[in-house]
Design a binder for this molecule. Structure first.
Ligand code: ZN
Length: 200
């Protein structure tokens, strides 16, 4: 049995004070760091993703057009623009146990880590799916931001790809309470195990 950890989009723009700051985002960074300190040995791959958008254009309709309000469902204020501080990992997330970095969203909406590409190292340019296949990963644990968007999409994709998925409910944060609760229910119905990170 081989296990991967997905750390979804723990970035400055998705934490308090960022362009799309989520309440509890900084706590997810700090608590994930503490979790990794004790649990990194359980993982064959620790994969962290970043939303990483082009500075020009609307990234395939993902950014609201200038002069129009985002709907916060399909269109969003500009966020995680490549090369800006907002796109960087939150400083509370210790990256020393992260073994693979994934960037997603260049020029298009990309909620799921499966839409991204590995950057750097021996797997540079590979898809997440290819890396998990090659390494025989059957189990995936998921933490990060936001519960109701990129965590949700990544979890559903991992299940669709045949992985057993756990979501650590104490290590995720969402845009809104109602949609986060609905997303957790949906992930559970799809087959994800919803559990606290210190459950075992
Ligand atoms: Zn985005």
């Amino acid at each position: 049995m081989s296990r991967a950890l997905f750390i979804i989009d723990v970035q400055n723009d998705f934490t308090e004070g960022g362009a799309l700051g989520v309440d509890g985002g900084a706590a997810v960074a700090a608590d994930t760091t503490r979790y990794l300190e004790r649990a990194f040995g359980d993982y064959d791959v620790v994969m962290a993703s970043r939303d990483w958008h082009d500075p020009e254009g609307d990234n395939g309709g993902h950014f609201a057009q200038a002069g129009t309000d985002p709907d916060y469902v399909v269109t969003w204020p500009p966020h995680c623009v490549a090369g800006t501080a907002g796109a960087e990992y939150h400083p509370g997330l210790d990256l020393s146990h992260v073994t693979m970095h994934v960037k997603k969203g260049q020029g298009e909406p990309a909620y799921s880590i499966y839409d991204g590409e590995v950057e750097g190292g021996a797997s540079d340019g590979a898809t997440v799916s290819a890396v998990l296949e090659e390494r025989g990963i059957t189990e995936v644990d998921v933490v990060g931001i936001a519960t109701d968007y990129c965590v949700r999409a990544s979890v559903l994709d991992a299940i669709e790809h045949g992985r057993h998925v756990r979501v650590f409910t104490d290590l995720v944060a969402g845009v809104a309470r109602e949609s986060s609760d609905a997303a957790l229910l949906e992930m559970g119905h799809a087959g994800a195990v919803l559990v606290a990170s210190d459950a075992d």
